[in-house]
Design a protein around this ligand. Structure first.
Ligand code: ATP
Length: 292
């Protein structure tokens, strides 16, 4: 559907994006785009949409005007009720448009229709934009940090709705998010960007196996815990955690048994995107957390 290669985006003298080897987004892919602030995530979306000048190739079977995008911040008229805002933007009447009625009901948005935009909650504001974006039924939709600033519960509800809406549909989704729990729910592939470059792009399960192994066991970093673990099992993770990479089931059981015997609490995962991305990026940087 979209193949990106030899792509560079430069702002003044700063290379914001530099994607050399080809990456392809296929029809039906659910892609999470992750990376630290300034990694180039939004720039990549903007390049696909033709919103920033670039050199190189974005070979797409979908024209930019057929793509949909949901940005984090959106502004709408404060003067009209939301029903009028929707009808004006979509150039249709709610009462005559079954699909629009379906989306409004799907997002439990009926009670918000009479309100003005400034009186909507953060979650309701995002629901409005979701309705407008999903009405387009685009073959590919980019969601750029749409849940930032929302509380955990609201984020979960919103993302469950998005997941349910796309269930069984062949549309491609590219979701930029700093919330790994949300990505775990929604995507099956991950594109990891770091300082404008692609660290890796593959199925989440493949990336986890590549960077973490069979599973990870995670415990708080304390001197007592540090004394109990085998340093050789340690892989990268956030500073406050000890992360142990398990090569296979036997290895996992051996570590778990030891921790249980020592009455140490731990969590086990075979899909932790945050830890996977830590390891991907740090392996890529030769183990260095920050570049000097
Ligand atoms: N229009 C612009 N003019 C100048 N520099 C820009 C512009 N847009 C982005 N940049 C720079 O390009 C780099 C990548 O920015 P981008 O917004 O793509 O990062 P991001 O990964 O989306 O970050 P975040 O998670 O903070 O949204 C940053 O250093 C940013 O300052």
């Amino acid at each position: 559907m979209i193949t990106i290669q030899n792509l560079t985006v430069t702002f003044k003298d700063q290379k914001a994006l530099d994607i050399q080897r080809p990456i392809t987004f296929n029809s039906g892919d659910r892609i999470g785009i992750i990376g630290a602030n300034g990694a180039g995530k939004s720039t990549m979306i903007n390049a696909c949409l033709g919103l920033v000048p670039y050199s190189g190739s974005i070979d797409s079977s979908v024209r930019p005007e057929q793509m949909a995008v949901h940005l984090q911040a959106n502004t709408y008229s404060e003067l009209m009720p939301i029903s009028k805002v929707i009808e004006t933007i979509l150039n249709t009447k709610i009462k005559n448009n079954e699909k629009l009625q379906e989306l409004i009901a799907f997002f439990d948005f009926e009670a918000s229709l009479k309100k003005k935009y400034k009186n909507l909650s953060g979650g309701q504001k995002q629901r409005l934009t979701l309705i407008l974006v999903l009405m387009q039924d685009a073959p590919i939709t980019f969601f750029d940090e749409v849940t930032s600033g929302l509380d955990f519960e609201t984020r979960q509800q919103l993302m469950q709705k998005v997941r349910a809406w796309y269930q069984g549909k062949n549309a491609t989704i590219c979701l930029v998010s700093h919330y790994y729990d949300e990505l775990e729910q929604l995507v099956n592939k991950i594109l990891i960007l770091d300082k404008g470059k692609v660290v890796d792009f593959d199925y989440t399960t493949e990336l986890f196996a590549k960077y973490c192994g069979y599973s990870v066991i995670v415990l708080d970093r304390t001197p007592k815990h540090e004394a109990e673990i085998n340093k050789r099992d340690e892989i990268y993770g956030p500073d406050h955690l000890i992360v142990l990479g398990c090569q296979d089931k036997d290895h996992e059981q051996e570590i778990a048994k030891h921790l249980i015997d020592k009455n140490i609490n731990f969590k086990r995962s075979n899909s932790d995107i945050e830890i996977m991305s830590y390891n991907a990026i740090l392996n890529n940087n030769g183990g260095k957390r920050y570049e000097n």
